[in-house]
Design a protein around this ligand. Sequence first.
Ligand code: SAH
Length: 287
Amino acid sequence: MQDDKSSRKRKRKSKIGSSADPSCNDASIICDKRKKVVKKVELPASSTVVATNSLKQSKSNAFLDKMRAKLSGGHFRMINERLYTCTGDEALSYFKEDPSLFNVYHTGYQEQMFHWPEQPVNIIIKWLKSRKTSLVVADFGCGDAILAKNVKNKVFSIDLVAKDPSVIACDMSNTPLDSSSIDVSVFCLSLMGTNFPNYIQEAYRVLKPSGWLLIAEVKSRFDPNNGGADPDRFVNAVSQLGFTLISKDFSNKMFILLYFKRKEEKQSSKGKQIEWPELKPCLYKRR
Ligand code: SAH
């Protein structure tokens, strides 16, 4: 029985490409699903070699591209984890040592964002467009400065590395912005460092009285059933710093949005005394 099968296999093989039939090595042979020769076009031997080589080349290029994508995806996840588990100061030194890591990070970040049905930065852009263009904005952790590029307002774009000359490169817990000079402070997926309360405190310092604080953050970081922070505790801590919650939007699957206004009166307690909930890192899955 076994012998019968293998001899049938051998016979089939010799029909479609064995060395016994050299014409079957011709790359121009088109076979149907059952590997039966259905059409044959004569080509000079040299073109067969070229076709075979270019097929091999494109296969190996595709393989290399796949490997490169895997490596840079892994590199992105490593940098991302690092940024969520160190302070802003440490993150600044990390990128100062090797600024090219910033591009690796942002290429991976864009790849992740591509899979999100909606980008939080676009909601913030819409929000700003529905208001006066005279509002001065500070975009804390601006990345590619998409916000500044899409609104008419004056925007101070801040990040650890300046990808664009318009970006102020610094740790956002300590910016060169003047106190009480900003109408809208934005944190769009940028509360990454373990000392994130310092960033919000800096936003408070630069905001004018009654200025806006907009926070968009990854939803899973505020899901207490999965190790995330209690959103009410977070709102409470921000309020103690000197803000009033105006509205919140938890309707999106991927992120939450919080809209605060700076209280007119001076803040009552210093950041240190406030009990901030821990915000767990947002670690992206391998795709
Ligand atoms: N807000 C942008 C980019 C979000 S990615 C957008 O929505 O498209 C988060 C950004 O925050 C990264 O570019 C990161 O470098 C920046 N960031 C994180 N910690 C920071 C810090 N301490 N100071 C300045 N920028 C910071």
